[in-house]
Design a protein around this ligand. Structure first.
Ligand code: URA
Length: 240
C-alpha cells in the first residue's frame, strides 16, 4: 500500500522546519518533487519513493529515529521543563520534534538513555510485563556485605506493596569505605536503585546506567554525546 503524505508535513518532518517556513520555500519554487518544482505545499507525495529536494538538497524521510545518549548530570529526562535543561536539548542540530526519552534517569544519574519517536518500541521496553534488564554501576557510601547481596537477590523492601524483584549484584569493589557495585534490575520503580541502597542503609554517591536490554552504552560516547543506533542494535532491541 502506498501511503501518501502532504508535502509540507514531509518537509517539516525531514528538516525540523515549521509548516509555515516550508510553505514559504515551496512558494519560492525551492522545493522539487521528482525533478519538478512543487506547485503547492498540500500536494500529496509518496514519502517512501518520491525524490524531494529543498534548496538543492535531496531529502530522505525516516519515520522513526533512534539515538543513544550518554546522559550527563544536570539534565532532566523529559521533553520540556521550566527549570532545567532536558536531554532533548542535547540533540542540538537534529530534528527533535516528537523525540522523547525511553524511561527516566534522575537528574544526577548519568549514562545510557535511548531517545526516539517510536512509541511502540518504547512501550515494549518499559512494559513491566517484559522485564527488560537494566544494569547500573553505582558507588555506595558503605561496604556492601554478602548479606546485602543476598537481600538484593531475594528482593529488597523499598516500602512498596511488593518486594523488588530479585536483583543481581556482581563485582563489589571496596575502596575507602565506599563500594562500587554493578546492579541489574528488571523493573523501573521510581528512584529504584537509590531506594534499594537506602534499604541496606546506604546512599548512592554515583549512578550510571550501562545497559538496557541488549543495548549497551557505547564507551566512545563522552557525557553529553550521542549517536544513532546501528541496525544491529535496533534489531536486537526489537527482537526481545
Ligand atoms: N534508579 C535510581 O534511583 N535512579 C535512576 O536514575 C535510575 C534508577
Amino acid at each position: 500500500m502506498v501511503i501518501k503524505m502532504r508535502l509540507d508535513k514531509y518537509l517539516s518532518e525531514c528538516t525540523g522546519k515549521t509548516r509555515s517556513q516550508v510553505k514559504a520555500l515551496v512558494k519560492k519554487g525551492l522545493v522539487t518533487v521528482d525533478g519538478v518544482p512543487a506547485k503547492s505545499p498540500d500536494m500529496k507525495i509518496d514519502e517512501t519513493s518520491s525524490a524531494v529536494t529543498m534548496d538543492g538538497k535531496t531529502l530522505s524521510y525516516e519515520k522513526y529515529v533512534y539515538y543513544m545518549l550518554n546522559k550527563p548530570e544536570g539534565y532532566v529526562s523529559a521533553t520540556n521543563d521550566n527549570l532545567h535543561k532536558t536531554v532533548i536539548d542535547l540533540l542540538s542540530g537534529e530534528n527533535t520534534r516528537d523525540l522523547f526519552p525511553v524511561g527516566r534517569l534522575d537528574i544526577d544519574t548519568v549514562g545510557l538513555l535511548l531517545i526516539t519517536n517510536d512509541g511502540a518500541l518504547s512501550h515494549d521496553l518499559l512494559s513491566p510485563a517484559k522485564h527488560v534488564a537494566k544494569t547500573y554501576e553505582a558507588i555506595l557510601d558503605g561496604i556492601v556485605t554478602d548479606e546485602d547481596i543476598t537481600m538484593f537477590k531475594t528482593g529488597v523492601d523499598i516500602g512498596e506493596e511488593k518486594l523488588c524483584k530479585p536483583a543481581k549484584v556482581v563485582d563489589v569493589d571496596e575502596n575507602k569505605g565506599h563500594s562500587r557495585v554493578y546492579i541489574t534490575i528488571t523493573e523501573g520503580k521510581f528512584h529504584q536503585i537509590k531506594r534499594m541502597a537506602n534499604a541496606i542503609g546506604m546512599d548512592v554517591l554515583f549512578l550510571k546506567r550501562l545497559s538496557m536490554g541488549s543495548l549497551v552504552l557505547d564507551p566512545a560516547l563522552s557525557p553529553g554525546e550521542y549517536r544513532r543506533l546501528t541496525e544491529d542494535e535496533l534489531n536486537s532491541l526489537r527482537s526481545k
